[in-house]
Design a protein around this ligand. Structure first.
Ligand SMILES: C[S@@+](CC[C@H](N)C(=O)[O-])C[C@H]1O[C@@H](n2cnc3c(N)ncnc32)[C@H](O)[C@@H]1O
Length: 387
């Protein structure tokens, strides 16, 4: 995601009218920046991070890395205590502690850490103030990003990350080593955690729905299928922006069972490796291919290509992949982190470069037609049949 400027008190966060998601809700910016600006912004942030690191001696860098593991735990603790929801105005730490029923001096230490990370702010009078990040962590925030904190703090996730080394053999699966079975099979047996995962995916889905609604041309499109589209959040936002569209959500049966009904969206329970519903002009794979190794990713693309070719449509069908874009030279960015998370959670998933996506497309009988830089710093690859 691009940098969104300095932290500001919550009352300055602009919200779109209820019922309609806007850039302030999903990204915290008043308008979506051009994709190129996001790319340059992310590159600049990675450069600043490199410069910041270069000023520290190696032992400090080792210790910063070791203690960096406190970040997710502190964020999860803050959310479990309900600090983001309670902290709506400048508040003395002692008052916040008594409202939360915890020890004031201990809470002050957590809040100092949170302030150092920019999740809250402590003013000159020692009062704790919400920042734009605090607002995004509230339960009622329309972006829903707090769900990512709740998902990532799950024992199964932290256990898999703790066994990252087990993902390194060619057939390794860190998640299965730590939890007994691979990610989606485990989720099937743990519906409460699967629901937490769905909610985290829905936060990304809302953001990507808005992004693809603006980044791609939908004027000739009529029917769009979101393959592995989670609870349909992406389609909900996309169709609100382009009401002439109809949506088809293809998901695992248990996800479809939990998904809310959405106007003009048909939910299909199935396995995208078996068959993908025909009759759509656009097939979306958003943060789906990165869950799978190359062989499985090609199979998914083939199923999508078969569905796209099965019925004539008014416009040339397209398959759109949205994933983080891996760089040939690693950067300190979300894509590099996401790639390592895939190594921890999936048996062969990974983030890919544009050339690697082009190779997958070609193996599936498709061709990379266009690449769009997105305001999130992700990339949309548009594939068409390779006639
Ligand atoms: C990483 S999530 C991405 C969700 C959503 N597209 C997003 O960007 O938020 C991958 C999704 O693929 C779904 N999925 C996994 N295996 C599948 C399969 N065999 N057929 C259909 N969907 C599947 C999962 O349930 C999950 O919702």
């Amino acid at each position: 995601m691009p940098g969104t400027g300095a932290d500001e008190p919550d009352h300055r966060t602009r919200r779109t009218p209820p019922g309609r998601i806007g850039p302030a809700d999903v990204l915290g910016v008043p308008a979506l920046p051009p994709g190129r600006v996001a790319v340059l912004g992310n590159r600049a942030r990675a450069g600043l991070a490199r410069a910041h690191r270069a000023t520290a001696p190696p032992p400090a860098r080792v210790m910063e890395a070791v203690l960096g593991g406190l970040d997710p735990a502190a964020l999860a603790a803050l959310c479990r205590l309900d600090v983001p929801d309670r902290l709506v105005r400048p508040t003395a730490c002692a008052d916040l502690a008594s409202e939360l029923g915890v020890d004031a001096s201990r809470l002050a230490r957590l809040l100092r850490y949170a302030a150092a990370r920019g999740w809250v702010r402590i003013d000159r009078r020692g009062r704790v103030r919400p920042t734009r990040v605090t607002a995004f962590l509230r339960r009622d925030h329309p972006g829903g990003w707090r769900a990512w904190v709740e998902f990532a703090a799950g024992d199964e996730v932290t256990a898999a990350i703790g066994r990252l080394d087990a993902g390194l053999p060619a057939d390794g699966d860190a998640f299965a080593t730590a939890n007994g079975t691979s990610f989606f099979a485990w989720m099937q047996d743990h519906p409460d955690r699967h629901t937490a995962f769905d909610a985290a995916m829905a936060a990304g889905g809302r953001m990507h729905g808005l992004i693809v609604a603006h980044a791609l041309d939908w004027s000739a499109s009529r029917r769009v299928c979101d393959i592995g589209g989670g609870d349909g959040a992406l389609l909900g936002v996309l169709l609100a922006q382009h009401p002439h569209l109809e949506g088809v959500l293809l998901e695992l049966p248990e996800v479809v069972d939990r998904a809310p009904e959405r106007p003009n969206v048909t939910a299909v329970a199935g396995d995208a490796f078996d068959t993908v519903p025909p009759g759509c002009d656009t097939y979306l794979l958003v943060n789906v291919l990165h869950d799978w190794d190359d062989e499985a990713a090609v199979r998914l693309l083939r199923r999508a290509a078969e569905a796209a070719a099965a019925e004539p449509s008014a416009t040339d069908p397209r398959i759109v992949i949205v994933d983080s874009e891996a760089q040939d030279r690693p950067r300190d960015d979300l894509a590099t982190r996401a790639d390592l998370l895939m190594l921890a959670l999936t048996p062969g998933g990974r983030e890919r470069t544009t050339d690697q996506f082009a190779a997958l497309a070609s193996a599936a009988g498709l061709r990379l037609h266009r690449t769009h830089d997105l305001p999130t710093g992700d990339v949309a690859h548009v594939l068409v049949a390779d006639r």
